[in-house]
Design a binder for this molecule. Structure first.
Ligand code: GLU
Length: 415
């Protein structure tokens, strides 16, 4: 099986958008590279008294529209190129939903399941010590990503505030409510995706109460399984999977029971009343809506021909390779591209920053309403670009995002 370089994938998308937009060479060159990147080592004391050196990254891809914004991922397969790709996608994501932010991303090469909570705290604090001077509400604002969560953010915020001896909760987002978090952040990525699905069902004439499947059962996947039925007023969840396996029942799975099973046992194995299936099979089921909510390159040229969903709502970052994107388009599968479909998280992160700066917090219903408005508007800007330029949805979203960033670079006098 071919292995993919996500940075090459992200650049291919950016290059195509730059060509369609007829950007000049200097602007294109600027947008194909991160503005700034930092790679570092982090020595951490482990529970058994030994020291272990971890490798970390922070990439600030583009800051023309605002400070860099994007998560920190703890993952064993993390590389500089994966972080660069994700930082680029954050740049297009914040622009397509028109937030006053740039794009960034960070990562540590590690598998948190191998460590105690104390060790994860030590890694989180070491990460902040390594990048502290590059972070801050007006510089770069991290958030969670794969295998990081609000507790990780609380430790990171505390380390930052300890170093600089000040309170600055807005320097990081998706914090626990008790230390400056916002209502509605935990389910925001999935909620934004489901709002986009609601719009897409109306646009493409797909039944919103039909069948759906979820690939990846972390924060975004679990919430999507639950929220799909809540927001769309029904729907039959036929399959979900995580990295170790999937469960399938054509008559419907109970999303609440699945989340409880996963949280109590740590996996989907042994879930009653369902057939156990290989993870990859979930991508190929005949469903109305498929939510890829795991990692990059899940839908590629090897399986795209077999994807039978009417709508693919990309909650993961970069789940579809460029070849697969073409194949899905030719086969009439409507893709809700990641930079639009997964933008709910960063939209509510932005709400959190605003609330932190005013120290004045909103009710959950206000967060939902404002998130819905932003996603719905962005969905229609993207479908407008798709129509105007006769491109597939991913390129429609890229055109909106890349054009906004290019414009900011020009107005600043950079190019
Ligand atoms: N990690 C999330 C993403 O990829 C959230 C980023 C943020 O809130 O800054 O969109």
């Amino acid at each position: 099986m071919k292995s993919y370089n996500s940075f090459a994938v992200q650049r291919a998308q950016t290059e195509e958008a730059a060509k369609i937009l007829r950007l000049d060479d200097a602007t294109t060159e600027l947008l194909l590279h991160p503005q700034r990147e930092i790679a570092f080592t982090m020595p951490v004391k482990m529970d058994d008294g030994s020291s272990r050196v971890f490798h970390g990254f922070r990439v600030q891809y583009n800051m023309a529209r605002g400070p860099a914004k994007g998560g920190v991922r703890f993952h064993p397969d993390e590389t500089a190129d994966v972080v660069r790709a994700l930082a680029g996608w954050m740049t297009w994501k914040t622009a397509v939903v028109d937030l006053p932010l740039g794009g960034g991303k960070g990562g540590v090469v590690c598998y948190p399941r191998d460590f105690s909570l104390r060790e994860i705290e030590a890694i989180s604090r070491a990460y902040i010590r390594a990048v502290a001077e590059h972070l801050g509400v007006d510089r770069d604002i991290p958030a969670p990503d794969v295998y990081t969560n609000p507790q990780t953010m609380a430790w990171m915020m505390d380390e930052y505030e300890t170093i600089f001896r000040l309170h600055q909760p807005g320097m990081i987002t998706d914090k626990p409510l008790q230390v400056g978090g916002t209502e509605g952040r935990r389910d925001a990525t999935a909620r934004g995706g489901v709002y986009a699905v609601r719009e897409a069902c109306a646009h493409y004439g797909v039944d919103p109460r039909g069948t759906y499947a979820v690939q990846g059962f972390g924060n975004a996947g679990q919430r999507a399984a639950l929220l799909h039925q809540e927001i769309l007023g029904g729907g039959t969840l036929v399959a979900v999977c995580d990295s170790r396996g999937g469960v399938y029942n054509p008559n419907g799975l109970d999303p609440k029971a699945l989340v409880t099973h996963k949280l109590t046992t740590g996996s989907l194995a042994g879930f009653p009343d369902a057939e156990q299936i290989p993870s990859d099979d979930v991508l190929e089921l005949d469903v109305d809506v498929l939510y890829p909510a795991a990692l990059e390159n899940a839908v590629n040229e090897h399986n795209a021909e077999r994807v039978k969903a009417r709508i693919v709502c990309e909650l993961a970052n970069g789940p579809t390779t460029p070849e697969a994107d073409e194949i899905l388009h030719e086969r009439g599968v409507a893709v809700l591209p990641d930079i639009l479909a997964s933008a709910g998280g960063v939209i509510v992160s932005y709400f959190e920053m605003v609330q932190d700066s005013y120290r004045w917090f909103w009710e959950e219903s206000v967060v939902h309403e404002r998130l819905d408005k932003i996603i719905t508007k962005a969905f229609h800007s993207v479908t407008g670009a798709v129509k105007d330029k006769n491109v597939r949805p991913r390129m429609g979203a890229m055109l909106v995002g890349v054009a906004r960033v290019a414009e900011a670079c020009k107005i600043r006098g950079w190019v």
